[in-house]
Design a protein around this ligand. Structure first.
Ligand SMILES: C[S@@+](CC[C@H](N)C(=O)[O-])C[C@H]1O[C@@H](n2cnc3c(N)ncnc32)[C@H](O)[C@@H]1O
Length: 224
């Protein structure tokens, strides 16, 4: 049985100027970001990865003539989606939960429509579960920009690569941090002054530990 799929935003239009500008700017800005730990060749800019994943997951307004019956209405709705992308690609918004949440909600809305339209599909329970977004897999993950951004947009993400260095980078970026999400640091210095009221959001606790043990390793290396 065939599946019903709507035309996605990426098939119609993208705010390329904003994506290009943010992608070019990102190269000079991301000091201290895990992506600079190891320079993977052909690494895609995070801004471009974030924009294209969003635009692949969200329906183009022309797919919904019931909601946007005229070209003018479709263009207006497209402008609204463009604005989300324009905010999404800014480096400053990489961890802006409000901006990310707006994008995730659009993805969910398109996904729920897809599920509703495919409710009669014989494998609907498995393939079109309105409570579970489709999983994402990048089989040529390299430096991991694309899986990292898919995860940020709320998708269950898998990455693989022929090269073990790429696998290690992806493990460090997308597999390990979620395991420690929301947890406090464990290094002795942070534990001694731990504030039990403080909330450790995302990978903040893990980042404290990486900083602490990174310093320790550097100092030991110098000493020895
Ligand atoms: C252009 S890079 C990917 C860059 C990545 N999108 C990023 O943003 O960093 C292509 C990747 O494909 C991997 N690759 C090439 N042939 C492969 C194969 N047969 N199976 C799995 N990975 C492969 C390479 O090791 C390389 O990491």
């Amino acid at each position: 049985m065939s599946r019903s799929t709507r035309k996605k935003l990426i098939e119609v239009a993208l705010p390329l100027e904003a994506i290009n500008k943010a992608s070019a700017r990102e190269k000079s800005l991301r000091h201290g970001h895990p992506s600079t730990l190891h320079l993977w060749w052909a690494r895609r800019p995070l801004a471009a990865a974030r924009a294209v994943i969003f635009a692949q997951m969200v329906d183009d307004p022309s797919s919904h003539p019931d909601l946007f019956p005229t070209e003018k209405k479709q263009a207006k709705e497209r402008e609204r989606l463009f604005k989300i992308i324009e905010d999404l690609v800014l480096w400053e918004n990489t961890t802006n939960e409000e901006v990310l949440q707006r994008a995730r909600e659009e993805i969910w809305q398109s996904w729920r429509r897809t599920c509703a339209e495919n409710a009669d599909h014989p494998q609907a329970k498995e393939l079109f579960d309105r409570y579970k977004l489709p999983a994402f897999h990048d089989p040529f993950a390299g430096g991991g920009s694309i899986p990292l951004e898919a995860q940020r947009l709320g998708l269950e993400t898998h990455a693989s690569d022929l090269n073990p260095v790429a696998v290690l980078i992806n493990k460090a970026m997308i597999e390990i941090p979620p395991k420690f999400a929301g947890r406090p640091p464990v290094n002795p210095e942070s534990r001694a002054k731990i504030d039990h009221c403080r909330q450790w959001k995302g990978a903040q606790g893990l980042a404290e530990d990486v900083r602490y043990y990174g310093r320790w390793m550097r100092d030991e290396a110098e000493r020895r």
